[in-house]
Design a protein around this ligand. Sequence first.
Ligand code: G3H
Ligand code: 13P
Ligand code: ZN
Length: 311
Amino acid sequence: MALVTSKELFRKAQEGGYAIGAFNVNNMEIIQGIVDAAKEENSALILQVSAGARKYANSIYLKKLVEAAIEDSGLDIVLHLDHGEDLDIVKKCIDDGFTSVMIDASHHSFEENIRITKEVVDYAHARGVVVEAELGRLAGVEDAISVSKEDATYTDPDQAVEFVERTGIDSLAIAIGTSHGAYKFKGEPKLDFERLEIIGKKMPSTPLVLHGASTVLPEFVALCNKYGGNIPGAQGVPEDMLRRAASMNVAKINIDTDLRLAMTAAIRQFLAENPSEFDPRKYLGPARSAIKEMVRHKIKNVLGSSGSNLR
Ligand code: G3H
Ligand code: 13P
Ligand code: ZN
């Protein structure tokens, strides 16, 4: 049991036609719920920390909680920086013990994205840390950056080959129609599988990453709304599409919004049904269980990663 990199995990995932879940973590209950699920499914696991999470919890708290989870569960876990914005934050996370980092310079020009990413790869690889970078732009909101549907651009397959060759990254996040948050599609959900297939054929040994891959399950939106929420028109990526992507060259699938919905639905329901209760453990306990059930469902029915723990 240890903090590990994703290198071997991705190789096995590509061979086996499944993907590894990368779940965003912000506090103890979220970490415990995810790790309990991965343990029950004996699944490989990536826990990822965003800029928002660092601001909320301070990454040292999250790192220590993940270490505790490893000790408690006996699982190997990848600790990943999600959407690292520059070399400074990447350096800090690597120095703090993260085993995987994402540099997201996808909003820069192609050449600038390559320059920044290459700098990160040089720093990370010298310290045994793996690097994910992004080419193409997803629509949606993450932290302070909001990308409209019009400004989103799909990943160009030939550019992707050049990008991977010139930067030496370990995995590539691609844009094929997913987007961050709970409002992914206005009409029919659609992913560009043709593009995914072409990219996969052009670089079969590069693990691909899907961001913005929550399904936004209607029953959880309905539960939130039943107990006082107001989340109209939410729509995510259908699970069969994610399953199909996982059976292709996608080795890592990022999920955050579905955990937020599961947690919030559980808390809303508990407080609505127990209006005189005010002990946080009483509502955070069910929230943690809801996260666990959501992650088990993803591992078993969407990612296909049950049994992928390498130990
Ligand atoms: O990609 C974005 C993730 O959902 C993290 O969101 O920056 O609000 O923590 P956050
Ligand atoms: P969702 O908002 O679809 O859960 O995506 C999360 C993500 O991509 C984190 O990097
Ligand atoms: Zn993302």
